[in-house]
Design a protein around this ligand. Sequence first.
Ligand SMILES: NC(=O)c1ccc[n+]([C@@H]2O[C@H](COP(=O)([O-])OP(=O)(O)OC[C@H]3O[C@@H](n4cnc5c(N)ncnc54)[C@H](OP(=O)(O)O)[C@@H]3O)[C@@H](O)[C@H]2O)c1
Length: 252
Amino acid sequence: MKTAIITGASSGLGRELVRQIEDVFPDIESYWLIARRADRLEDLARSLTGRTVACLALDLCDPMSFVTLREKLSAEQPEISLLVNCAGCGVLGRLGETDTAAQTRVVDLNIRALTAVTNMALPYMAEGSRILNVSSIASFCPNPRMTVYSASKAYVSAFTIGLGEELRRRRITATAVCPGPMDTEFLPLAGITGHSSTFEFLPYCDQVKVAGGALRAAKAGRTVYTPKLFYKFYRLLAKALPSTLLVRFVKT
Ligand SMILES: NC(=O)c1ccc[n+]([C@@H]2O[C@H](COP(=O)([O-])OP(=O)(O)OC[C@H]3O[C@@H](n4cnc5c(N)ncnc54)[C@H](OP(=O)(O)O)[C@@H]3O)[C@@H](O)[C@H]2O)c1
């Protein structure tokens, strides 16, 4: 049975991606939903009629979660045809002035867990499978006051491009989606709401549209998908200008 694994499925973009998978990948019959909040995952699972759904309440910042996932993979030997790494977090604040645990959690989740889940899932992925990694416009240039977050997303984008090339011979594609701000729990959890004039000025992306576009981009095997013309232009600008110059203008 073709299976999709989705991290960060309990809210925001991840939940929307889960809701739209059947529109773009109708042959996927089984979903493994991963996040910490079991109640949210179970609510979502109940809404997915006609699909086999497993809810894995895992804290991906805890390395024991990797053991649990590896054991489940080994026991069930799923045919993974879609892996979505969406779980992510951020923190607004200057280094040296913010909680160390909050900053390192960003690295643990956005980099370490994404790397671990991908590495563990790949042996179960066949030719034609798709990987969708949720990056951000923050990956285009370092963002002061979100330095760790933007560096973590630069990792996600670079990881995706390198991975896609590694997997070319297996005919598996990897896509990085780079949304701008979305009105999800991410913003208050990162301490952004009400504390960043940049976020008040930037155009917002609708997570429903981002999810559909990202799934279609993954199906098409695109390497990087940036929703919204405004951010496509920003991506080009960030490629054209030295980051040492642009960084002065992209404070959060
Ligand atoms: N919102 C934005 O402005 C924005 C912009 C660009 C990119 N992004 C990226 O989009 C992705 C989704 O974020 P979102 O905006 O949808 O925010 P969100 O609603 O806060 O979703 C984050 C997801 O990650 C899960 N998660 C957080 N910590 C976790 C942990 N330790 N272990 C397992 N799962 C964990 C959360 O579930 P639990 O709390 O239940 O664990 C939730 O399902 C992230 O990678 C984020 O960086 C967001």
